[in-house]
Design a protein around this ligand. Sequence first.
Ligand SMILES: Nc1ncnc2c1ncn2[C@@H]1O[C@H](COP(=O)(O)OP(=O)(O)O)[C@@H](O)[C@H]1O
Ligand SMILES: [Mg+2]
Length: 273
Amino acid sequence: MRTIAIMNQKGGVGKTTTSVNLAAALARSGRRVLLIDLDPQGHASIHLGVDGGARDVLSIYEVFADECTLAEARQLVEKDLWVVPANVDLAAAESELANFEGREHILQESLTQLAEQQLVDYVIMDCPPSLGILTINALTAVQEVIIPLQPHFFALQGMSKLFETTALVTRRLNRNLRVSGIVLCLYETGTRLATDVTDDLTAFLDRSEPGAPWADARIFKTRIRRNIKLAEAPGHAQPIFDYAPNCPGAQDYRAMCAEVIADEAKYQLPAAA
Ligand SMILES: Nc1ncnc2c1ncn2[C@@H]1O[C@H](COP(=O)(O)OP(=O)(O)O)[C@@H](O)[C@H]1O
Ligand SMILES: [Mg+2]
């Protein structure tokens, strides 16, 4: 099972859009995919047409509260694509878990159990825009982090904090954690700024110490261009491949998915997909 957290503590950089559409693209490539919504805003759930706050719906909150397993909370939304939804209850998890011993490992334990059940090939986590206990749980549980970045002047400023957090988690909680890639989202083709940010980022990665969790991170060749269809799709509760299968946004997420699949050999998938 390959496990990926889509993480950046900034809001509005394309985490949810990337989580949903990468998950949908992987499912369409024949992989069994579970998307875990870790944001109390529940945007990924809504994007897939699931109301995480509806009565009788099990959400990731119940998983944190040890009331159910991931397998029990998942809902099928399309062929090979499941979601464990989130709702506003999750906002309370932060304080409720504050004094709970082992709070960083809850999701890791749930994922270990899921891996044993061999129900899915990929787990994608849509992280909230913070570096609190929910994001720490994601980083403790996964093998890989993919960071969506919106190229603008301050884009790299938040990166050092983000990398520090990853390094800390690697030292204390999850030695296997790697930043596998950075994906440029909301990309304005041909602008000077986009090129400058890409150059700065490349230089930053080239300077990184060997052994740092991001030392082997690549910048995805695929840039996710700014495309209005990607912003419209959530309102129609559909991944981009259902809403506008031929638009630039669909092309870009398909291409990104192909890059993710290309290094599948490094990870253990339960079945040949
Ligand atoms: N490539 C894109 N082109 C146009 N709009 C986008 C694109 N990516 C994301 N958006 C829109 O930008 C907003 C923020 O994206 P979102 O994925 O929700 O970011 P985050 O989860 O990091 O807060 C949303 O309204 C989303 O629909
Ligand atoms: Mg989001």
